[in-house]
Design a protein around this ligand. Structure first.
Ligand SMILES: Nc1ncnc2c1ncn2[C@@H]1O[C@H](COP(=O)(O)OP(=O)(O)O)[C@@H](O)[C@H]1O
Ligand SMILES: [Mg+2]
Length: 287
């Protein structure tokens, strides 16, 4: 596997706050890599540094061997980024927004036309190409932002919280688009605070907490390391205790060994929320 994004002791401080602390991370070409963590964990800061929007305080960040500070121009050609808050001009049409992005990348007029039409078809926005962005649904706006960021054919696409604010259907549709882009050769680095998004979409997941990487692996391995099966027991009728077991048989044996007055709530598959709670004592949704 080719190393595509490499960070070495990457740290970003804002005053006394370490938004990201000593991050060592490798993302491989062809991955859908997910950065999972609650608000304030350092996800956006990481994307901003990787995409040259801000500089690291210390350490090194490289994209395909190019340093994000020293070789920013080369990095910019390799990357596309969709920020959490829409960077589209709402008073322009989808096509006009795409034109604008294409011009920023100095793409000539006939090539521009070809790529715009191809991308509009790719994300099924043909019928909406000449509508003002402001009049589109949330899911369409997001797809429009994605095609703008793809106009220069980047090798890696960064998506910051791509499905916040989308309804369930639009979210699934966006997941499918991300999978399709990845299958067609684009490496994906996305951030999310949705457990199910990381589990559904990402080959590997890094879990962030207060600027630190606290876990890194495939969702399956992360669950296995914790114990693939979780038993939730209500203690004294007020506090839920979580215990983790290698498999259902072990979990069932444990439940059968409990005194009759113990109230077992549920036996279920462990998930990344459990991994996070176990490491931090908090839930991903907590601030
Ligand atoms: N421009 C900034 N100025 C000061 N502090 C910032 C700035 N950007 C982020 N931070 C702080 O850095 C930490 C990480 O923020 P961020 O990267 O936005 O986290 P996330 O995207 O995971 O929610 C937070 O404590 C946040 O308040
Ligand atoms: Mg963020």
């Amino acid at each position: 596997m080719n190393e595509f994004i490499i960070t070495e002791k990457f740290t970003k401080c804002y005053g006394k706050v370490s938004a990201v602390q000593d991050l060592d991370l490798t993302v491989y070409a062809g991955e859908i890599f997910g950065f999972l963590g609650p608000n304030g964990a350092g996800k956006t800061t990481t994307i901003r540094v990787m995409t040259t929007l801000t500089k690291p305080t210390s350490g090194r960040v490289q994209i395909k061997g190019f340093d994000v500070v020293k070789d920013a121009d080369k990095v910019k050609k390799l990357i596309g980024v969709v920020q959490q808050h829409l960077s589209l001009d709402r008073d322009l049409t989808v096509r006009e927004n795409m034109e604008f992005h294409a011009r920023l990348h100095h793409i000539g007029s006939s090539e521009r036309k070809r790529r715009i039409n191809e991308l509009l078809t790719y994300v099924e926005l043909n019928d909406f190409a000449d509508r003002m962005v402001d009049t589109l649904s949330g899911g369409m706006k997001k797809r429009a932002a994605i095609v703008c960021s793809l106009i220069h054919e980047p090798e890696v696409l960064f998506l910051d919280e791509p499905t916040v604010g989308l309804d369930a259907q639009a979210r699934r549709r966006l997941w499918d688009l991300v999978r399709r882009l990845n299958a067609d050769g684009t490496t994906i680095f996305l951030t999310t605070h949705y457990i199910e998004e990381a589990e559904a979409l990402c080959g590997r997941v890094g879990i962030m907490h207060h600027g630190q990487l606290i876990a890194l692996d495939t969702p399956l391995e992360l669950r296995k390391k914790l114990g693939a099966v979780t038993v939730e027991t209500l203690v004294d009728n007020k506090e839920t205790r979580y215990q983790y077991f290698a498999d259902r048989a072990a979990a069932t044996r444990y439940v059968q060994s409990l005194p009759p007055e113990a109230k077992t709530i549920i036996i279920r598959d462990s998930n990344l929320e459990d991994v996070f709670v176990e490491q931090t004592g908090q839930k991903v949704g907590d601030n």
